[in-house]
Design a protein around this ligand. Structure first.
Ligand code: IFM
Length: 442
C-alpha cells in the first residue's frame, strides 16, 4: 500500500462520527427523546432490537476517544450535535447540561490540537418536532435555524466552520419515503417535502451562521450514477435517479433552482412545499464548502415495475464490503470530476466528509486499508485533474451503531467491544496514523 498520496500541502486529515451512533446516555442530563429512540423501540425496526441507548458510551468516554484521535494525529474531527440534548423538545428552553457536554468536548479537542467540525443535524430529530410532522412540517426548518443560532452563540468563538445537514438524501428517502430509518414513514415520492424543508432549514441556518462570521458547509451522500446500458430507457432512468439522489440537493444550494423532477412524476413545487422565494433562501446565503460522503456508485436501468421510474441494479464483478456494498474507488474520481463539470465556478471547495467501509468483526481489517488506500488514490487523481478538495474525514473513528443494522456493521478504525466498551485500535488505525505522519513530514 502506498504510504503517501499526491495531495496538496495543508490537506486536512480527519475522522467522522455522529451523536446517536456513539454517544449513548440517551436519558442523562435532561436529554430529550429523539426519533431514533422511538424508532429503535418499534419491534423489528432495527436488527436484533439493537438501540443507541449506550452505543460507544462516548458521552462518558470522550476523553479516551480524544486520546485515540490525538495519537492518530488527526487535524480534524467531525462529530454531530444531538439537537434533543440541547433543546429537549426541539425548541424553546435550552438544556444547560446538554450545552455543557459539547463545551467540554470542544475544549478537549482544541486542547489536543484537533479542529472540531460539527454537524448540526445527523438524523436525530427531537421527537416533539416529529409529533408535529417532523421535516414534513415547514415549521421544523425555522426551529432548526433557531437551534443553529443557539449552538453558534455558544461554540462559535471556538469553531469557525459548521456543517448544517448530514445526508438529507438518505434521511428523506430511508426515513420518510421507505420507512427503513426513523421516523419510519413510507410515503414514496410524497416524502420529498421533507427534503425541501431540510434544505430550507439549511438556508435559514446558513444565513444566521454566516452573519456571525462562521463558515458553512452541507454534507450529502453523493453517488455517480451510471446507466446499465446505452439504451435510451436506461439512460433516461439514470438521469431521473441522478436528479433524485444528487441534484435535488445540490442544485438548489449551488444554483438556486431545483432540477426537473417531472420524470419522477413530482410537481415543480414539490407537492406545494416550495413557496415563492424559497430557492433564494436556500441559495443566497452561499456555501463555503461542499461535504461529499462517498461510498459507491449506483447503476440504474429502465423500470421493470411501473411503480418506479428506475430500477437499481447490481454492479457486477467488483469486490464487496461486509455490508455487501460494491467497492468502486474510481467512482469517487468520477463523482468529483462530474461535480466540477456540472457546477463549474458555482462549486465551492470540497471536503470528503465521509468515506469508509464495514469489515468483518475483527481488529485485523486489511480490507479497510485497501478500501481507504484505493479511494485516496482516486481522490488524488481528481485533485491532480484540478478538483479543489481540502480534506478527507474517514467514516468512522469507532465501530458504532449502524442505524437499522444495529451493531452488525463495523466501520471503525477502532474496534469497540460493545459488552465491555474496550477500544482496540485496528490495523487500519496504525496505517492511517502512519499515512498522516508521512504527509506531515513533507
Ligand atoms: O453510518 C452512516 C452515517 O451515519 C451516514 N453515512 C453513511 C454511514 C455508513 O452507512
Amino acid at each position: 500500500m502506498p504510504d503517501r498520496f499526491d495531495l496538496p500541502a495543508g490537506f486536512r486529515w480527519g475522522a467522522a462520527t455522529a451523536a446517536y451512533q456513539i454517544e449513548g446516555a440517551v436519558e442523562e442530563d435532561g436529554r430529550g427523546r429523539s426519533v431514533w429512540d422511538t424508532f429503535c423501540a418499534r419491534p423489528g425496526a432495527v436488527r436484533d432490537g439493537h438501540t443507541g441507548a449506550v452505543a460507544c458510551d462516548h458521552y462518558h468516554r470522550y476523553p479516551e476517544d480524544i486520546a485515540l484521535m490525538k495519537d492518530l494525529g488527526l487535524d480534524g474531527y467531525r462529530f454531530s450535535i444531538a439537537w434533543p440534548r440541547v433543546l429537549p423538545t426541539g425548541a424553546g428552553a435550552v438544556n444547560p447540561a446538554g450545552l455543557a457536554f459539547y463545551d467540554r468536548l470542544v475544549d478537549a479537542l482544541l486542547e489536543a490540537g484537533i479542529a472540531p467540525l460539527p454537524t448540526l443535524f445527523h438524523w436525530d430529530l427531537p421527537q416533539a418536532l416529529e409529533d408535529d410532522g417532523g421535516w414534513l412540517n415547514r415549521d421544523t426548518a425555522y426551529r432548526f435555524a433557531e437551534y443553529a443560532s443557539v449552538m453558534a452563540d455558544r461554540l462559535g468563538d471556538r469553531i469557525p466552520t459548521w456543517i448544517t445537514l448530514n445526508e438529507p438524501f438518505v434521511h428523506t428517502v430511508f426515513g420518510y419515503a421507505m420507512g427503513i430509518h426513523a421516523p419510519g414513514r413510507a410515503l414514496m415520492f410524497e416524502a420529498l417535502p421533507a427534503a425541501h424543508h431540510q434544505l430550507l432549514g439549511h438556508g435559514l441556518a446558513a444565513s444566521l451562521l454566516r452573519e456571525r462570521g462562521l463558515e458553512v458547509m452541507l454534507s450529502n451522500n453523493l453517488t455517480p450514477v451510471e446507466p446499465a446500458s446505452d439504451s435510451a430507457g436506461d439512460v433516461a432512468a439514470a438521469e431521473a435517479y441522478d436528479a433524485l439522489h444528487n441534484r435535488l440537493f445540490t442544485d438548489p444550494v449551488l444554483l438556486g433552482r431545483y432540477p426537473d423532477l417531472s420524470a419522477l412524476g413530482v410537481p415543480d413545487d414539490i407537492y406545494g412545499a416550495v413557496r415563492p422565494g424559497d430557492t433564494d433562501l436556500i441559495h443566497a446565503p452561499g456555501l463555503d464548502g461542499l461535504g461529499v460522503n462517498y461510498y459507491n456508485p449506483t447503476r440504474v436501468a429502465a423500470p421493470t415495475d411501473p411503480g418506479l421510474p428506475f430500477d437499481l441494479v447490481d454492479i457486477p464483478d467488483v469486490p464487496r464490503t461486509a455490508f455487501g456494498w460494491p467497492v468502486v474507488p474510481d467512482g469517487l474520481r468520477r463523482l468529483l470530476a462530474g461535480l466540477r463539470e456540472s457546477y463549474g465556478k458555482a462549486l465551492p471547495p470540497i471536503t470528503i466528509t465521509e468515506n469508509g467501509c464495514s469489515t468483518p468483526d475483527a481488529p485485523d481489517d486489511q480490507a479497510r486499508i485497501t478500501y481507504l488506500a484505493t479511494h485516496l488514490d482516486a481522490l488524488a487523481a481528481a485533485v491532480t485533474a484540478g478538483v479543489d478538495v481540502r480534506g478527507y474525514y474517514t467514516w468512522s473513528l469507532l465501530d458504532n451503531f449502524e442505524w437499522a443494522e444495529g451493531y452488525h456493521q463495523r466501520f471503525g478504525l477502532v474496534y469497540v467491544d460493545f459488552a465491555t466498551q474496550k477500544r482496540t485500535p485496528k490495523a487500519s488505525y496504525a496505517w492511517y496514523r502512519d499515512l498522516i505522519a508521512a504527509h506531515r513530514a513533507y
